[in-house]
Design a protein around this ligand. Structure first.
Ligand code: LMR
Length: 328
């Protein structure tokens, strides 16, 4: 492209992105990496956008950029600190360079279900986590649920030995690295947007993710099957920058945050349904789902749970204890 053509292309893109916003409105760019349909985060972000744009018309305008169209998760937090994007909801596995405390969410076989994750987040320890990155310029605004993770590969996985020697894409998390190494899997951190291609071309053999992500990205099409391990949680932190929040008039900020907390409550309450729908959609689309016997599942627990020990000092044993108690 010539320089002029590039400039034109950029300005067309910029116009498209801001088409819904009027002059004088505060523009809130909300970048995320998933699809919008049948996906807990996609649905919640779109609902937040629709409500702000209707109820705060003339004052504030949210523009959601889904599917990694604006940033990958490994760029979005730096971009937020630069003021190039105002909101995001990366998974809790993606804050490791800012704080170690979120590592608790990645510990394998800690939370039995999303209700336990919710109870922990709503408790004192979880609520304090929202403020844990203020000194680094980031403010947590709430937790959005997705679901428990499942394992998939280009061959059937029933016991941990079936995965030994394979390469798995992972989110960039030291806990997940340790979890995969515990089952002799080679962990390959990679952006979400690249996973389908990497599975398809054999750059990696397998991956772990939730039903809605496996369905939304069509991973089941390029895997032998999905094994229902429910071995870990994948949840989100809705996050903004301290600078952006401070720049808002108090009434404007309060109205935005009230809408956000209502959206959070409504969509979190519906997450089990969205999760189950995505699981069923995989089956309907011809995907293979393998359930484990209690003995098979126990083999995964026995292999992976010992990694907790490596992280208890960094996370804090009190935090781990509070998380375990939330599931009891
Ligand atoms: C992943 O990278 O697998 C997930 O964090 C993507 C997401 O946002 O659910």
């Amino acid at each position: 492209l010539t320089t002029a053509a590039t400039a034109l292309a950029l300005s067309v893109t910029a116009q498209a992105a801001f088409a819904a916003c009027d002059d004088g409105e505060i523009v809130v760019k909300f970048a995320h990496v998933t699809n919008t349909d049948k996906h807990p985060k996609g649905i919640a972000a779109s609902l937040f956008q629709d409500r702000v744009n209707e109820e705060m018309d003339g004052t504030m305008c949210v523009e959601v950029f889904p599917n990694s169209t604006l940033y990958d998760d490994d760029q979005v937090l730096e971009a937020m600190l630069q003021g190039d994007v105002q909101m995001a909801a990366p998974s809790l596995s993606k804050f490791e360079t800012f704080t170690k405390v979120f590592q608790v969410f990645d510990l394998p076989f800690l939370f039995p279900d999303i209700a336990a994750v919710d109870a922990f987040q709503q408790g004192e320890t979880g609520q304090a986590m929202l403020d844990s990155m203020q000194r680094r310029g980031l403010q947590g605004l709430g937790f959005w649920h997705n679901g428990l993770k499942q394992m998939s590969a280009n061959k059937p996985l029933l016991v941990p030995e079936d995965a030994a020697g394979l390469k798995f894409r992972i989110q960039p998390s030291d806990v997940i690295v340790a979890q995969m190494e515990a089952i002799d899997v080679s962990p390959q951190p990679m952006a979400f947007s690249e996973v389908y291609g990497a599975l398809q071309t054999g750059v990696v053999d397998g991956q772990e993710n939730t039903w809605s992500n496996i369905y939304g990205q069509k991973f089941f099409e390029v895997q032998d099957g999905i094994t229902e391990t429910n071995h870990g949680a994948l949840d989100y932190l809705v996050v903004s920058s301290v600078d952006f929040l401070d720049s808002l008039e108090p009434e404007v900020r309060d109205q935005m945050l009230t809408i956000l907390s209502e959206v959070t409550e409504e969509r979190n309450a519906a997450v089990t349904e969205v999760d189950a729908e995505a699981r069923q959609s995989i089956i309907d689309a011809g995907g293979e789902i393998r359930e484990l016997t209690p003995e098979q599942r126990q083999a995964w627990v026995d292999a992976m749970k010992p990694v907790w020990e490596q992280f208890s000092d960094g996370i804090g044993q009190d935090v781990i204890d509070a998380a375990v108690a939330a599931g009891e």
